[in-house]
Design a protein around this ligand. Structure first.
Ligand SMILES: Nc1ncnc2c1ncn2[C@@H]1O[C@H](COP(=O)(O)OP(=O)(O)OP(=O)(O)O)[C@@H](O)[C@H]1O
Ligand SMILES: [Mg+2]
Length: 240
């Protein structure tokens, strides 16, 4: 469903964040990307949905090459989940979820009054999926880290994406909350057949939840393998 060809990105100042990445992601797959800090994981995810301009290379989304004209459609079909949740603190959980229906250029929060009953029901359904229906009208800042990330997931799935990009979704959580979030992503992946690409730091979580694991170091892919084949020698290629 996703094919990345020879993707390169150098930031101002000369940091080569991506040095010719080739990667295929199959439909329905749960792919994890492991790599030390600064290896280019976030840049890679942000390049896929156009949050980062790429220098060269091509990205195909559902067999069609992403360009300026196709990008808005790609963004519509892609949900994103962040390490720091990126919720609006003084809004309720349900209103945070509803922001997932606004396109990225829409800045008017007054839009909330324009959401239809149908859309509000959709938001409640998304909160039910993540097990947070009872917190729908709590403010985001009244929720725990794990609950906040569940709102983040509900916000990402409300628009029924075909691809979920998760950038270290559990890095700010304790191990128990991290497990719950990973299980939830896996459930969403399987039940709704949403392809997941997930940046992680924990080898254990990647092995437990992924269909495939890619190792990134200094903007280059060092390995691409099944969890059952991942061993210390392979992992040492990225964590030296
Ligand atoms: N906006 C930017 N301007 C300049 N350099 C940047 C920018 N964003 C990222 N970089 C650099 O690009 C490289 C890759 O960064 P990136 O954030 O993709 O790494 P990462 O693997 O996500 O790291 P982490 O695990 O810490 O999140 C790093 O050297 C980083 O300093
Ligand atoms: Mg990152």
């Amino acid at each position: 469903m996703l094919e990345i060809k020879n993707l390169k990105k150098t930031f101002q100042g000369g940091v080569e964040a991506l040095r010719g990445v080739d990667l295929k992601v199959n439909k329905g797959e749960f792919l994890s990307i492991l790599g030390p800090s600064g290896s280019g994981k976030t840049t890679l995810l942000r390049s896929i949905n156009g949050l980062e301009n790429i220098d060269s290379g091509e990205i195909f989304f559902e067999s069609e090459k992403i360009n300026k004209i196709y990008l808005p459609q790609v963004q519509k079909k892609t949900g994103m989940i962040f390490q720091e949740f990126n919720l609006i603190n003084n809004l309720s959980a349900i209103n945070n979820v509803l922001t997932g229906l606004l396109n990225s250029t829409s800045k008017f929060l007054s839009m909330f009054y324009l959401f239809t009953k149908e859309q509000k029901l959709q938001a409640l359904k998304a909160l039910e999926t993540v097990g947070l229906l009872d917190k729908a009208y709590n403010r985001a800042d009244e929720l725990s880290g794990g609950q906040r990330q569940r709102v983040g997931i509900a916000r990402a799935i409300i628009k029924k994406p075909t691809l979920l990009l998760a950038d270290e979704p559990v890095a700010s959580l304790d191990p128990k909350a991290a497990d719950l979030i990973m299980s939830l992503l896996k459930k969403i992946n399987k039940e709704f057949k949403i392809t997941v690409v997930c940046n992680l730091h924990q080898v254990g979580l990647a092995s437990q939840y992924s269909d495939r694991i890619v190792g990134l170091l200094d903007g280059a892919i060092m390995f691409d393998n099944l969890p059952s084949n991942i061993n210390k020698t392979i992992i040492d290629q990225i964590y030296k």
